[in-house]
Write a protein that binds this ligand. Structure first.
Ligand code: ATP
Ligand code: MG
Length: 486
């Protein structure tokens, strides 16, 4: 299918020559003369060529309107010769690229291919992540059903969300799931760990700063809010943010305006805000450590994540999920967990919640010899309070049943496991998905294996193994050549 390109320029001859050029190259072209028409048409197109200097509503205002409405279609701005300053301003305001007049066919086509490629890659990566199950929330206990329903209801709205729950309960995963289910899913997802940034730097990190605005500010920095324009910003550990940063975040939420440190000007942004914390913010309000007004702004939709102790019946499903994910992403032999092993795991206290469970599953996958993990392989928990919580958990066929209840039919755990690993078509599909994912990641990182391995959070040696397995050496070398790295 041909890509649809929208041209917006008030000069008829430029519109016409661009139309001829792009139609010849097989694009489907719409041309409009006014910014207002471009705003209306852009969502139905794959890319926009937008003139900056137009009579009436100019290109910058048009671009700002588009981004305010959450339209993420890539935009290439066309600036007058030598007008680099305006062009840079446009890029900062959310343009994806810019071209200088007089236009050359080659530059127009290159820029267009570049923005189309990167938006296609972003879409594909997101689709692959979804299909690979990396952002899948697992669990069917009542508390998890409630969580999934909360996510499904909240995701498509632009409302601000506050995710609250103990450490390791999937707050980050919930934030990503919300972004992926939102209207701005093709826009960026920018995560900020507020606890990891020193208090003196957090404002410039979030809002950006001008060159020379404070000692050490040698370069201008674009803030995370501007980076997230047209997408989602995830303010993780918001309870660790200073009061003065809180005041500025409040202003963004109220006015949609960002004020870079040391800049006399404000930047307008349209960003979906999701915040998370494992702290008790209402208690912090009482102690004067958290702004009450910000709390109410953030908690438009509060979403609590449950401790694993509140849904031990999900432990078997989580174990199978993590074992499968680990085997696939690390090219490991799948292993089977016996019912006894699953029951032993479900009976533990899990003070570190799902993260602790995930770590243990990975450890078991690596350390256990053979293809079967039994109760005796599951070492007793080191935590002194690891006595079984609540009613004993009985596992039959990989599923939790209440004591005394008859297990249904033959052992479905083997069946479930068999389905996960044995059906050749599924395996082939998973391989293909992983192969495509690696191709995309390699291209994104210029064929550099070290950077790619970092981006997908896998050891380099493992990535090499995978490249071998999927015969991807050529892709690696080609990407390298194009980037000009040795
Ligand atoms: N319900 C779930 N289904 C699948 N994976 C989960 C689930 N809950 C958590 N995880 C996984 O467990 C790990 C820890 O979750 P996450 O990082 O989202 O926790 P968190 O609540 O943000 O913790 P912290 O407060 O320490 O930052 C991640 O790898 C996440 O993917
Ligand atoms: Mg987290």
């Amino acid at each position: 299918m041909a890509y649809r390109v929208l041209i917006c320029d008030d000069e008829a001859d430029i519109r016409e020559s661009l139309r001829v050029l792009l139609t010849d190259e097989g694009f489907e072209v719409t041309a409009v003369a006014a910014g207002a028409n471009a705003v209306a048409e852009a969502p139905d197109h794959d890319a926009v060529l937008l003139d900056i200097k137009m009579a009436g509503q100019d290109g910058l205002e048009t671009l700002a309107q588009l981004r305010r409405r959450g339209v993420t279609t890539p935009v290439i701005m066309i600036s007058g010769h030598g007008d680099v300053r305006t062009a840079m301003e446009a890029v900062r305001a959310g343009a994806n690229d810019f071209l200088e007049k007089p236009l050359s066919s080659e530059h127009v086509l290159n820029a267009l291919r570049r923005v189309l490629d990167s938006s296609r890659l972003a879409r594909e990566n997101e689709e692959l992540r979804r299909r690979l199950g990396i952002t899948r929330l697992v669990g069917s206990a009542p508390v998890m059903k409630k969580l999934l329903a909360d996510v499904a209801k909240a995701a498509p709205t632009p409302a601000t969300i506050l995710i609250v729950g103990p450490s390791g309960t999937g707050k980050e995963l919930v934030a990503r799931s919300i972004h992926e289910g939102s209207a701005v899913r093709s826009g960026p997802f920018v995560q900020v760990n507020c606890a990891a940034i020193p208090e003196t730097l957090i404002e410039s990190e979030l809002f950006g700063h001008e060159k020379g605005s404070f000692t050490g500010a040698e370069r201008k920095q674009v803030g995370k809010f501007v980076e997230a324009d047209g997408g989602t910003i995830f303010l993780d550990e918001i309870g660790d943010m200073s009061l003065s940063a809180q005041a500025k975040v409040l202003r963004v939420l109220q006015e949609g305006e960002v004020e870079p440190v040391g800049s006399p000007r404000v930047v307008r942004v349209k960003v979906r805000v999701i915040a998370a914390t494992n702290r008790d913010l209402t208690k912090m309000i009482g102690q004067g450590k958290f702004r009450e007004d910000l709390y109410y702004r953030l908690a438009v939709i509060p979403i609590p994540t449950p401790a694993l102790a509140d849904h031990p019946e999900d432990v078997p499903a989580l174990v199978l999920h993590f074992a499968d994910l680990f085997a696939r992403t690390n090219n490991y032999r799948p292993k089977r967990f016996t019912d006894d092993a699953l029951a032993a795991l479900a009976a533990r206290a899990w003070p570190g919640n799902v993260r602790e469970l995930k770590n243990l599953v990975e450890r078991l996958m690596i350390m256990t010899d053979g293809d079967v993990i039994d109760a005796s392989d599951v070492e007793p928990s080191a935590a002194p309070d690891a006595a079984p919580q609540g009613p004993p958990v009985v596992v039959r066929g990989g599923k939790v049943v209440r004591e005394g209840e008859e297990p249904e039919g033959p052992l479905p755990v083997d069946e479930v496991w068999g389905r996960l690993v044995a059906i050749p078509a599924l395996q082939a599909f998973q391989d293909e998905a992983e192969r495509l994912y690696l191709v995309a990641k390699l291209a994104e990182n210029g064929g550099n294996v070290t950077r790619t391995a970092e981006a997908i959070e896998t050891p380099r040696s493992n990535l090499y193994k995978k490249l071998d397995r999927y015969g991807l050496k050529r892709e690696r070398d080609e990407a390298r050549r194009e980037e000009g790295t040795p």
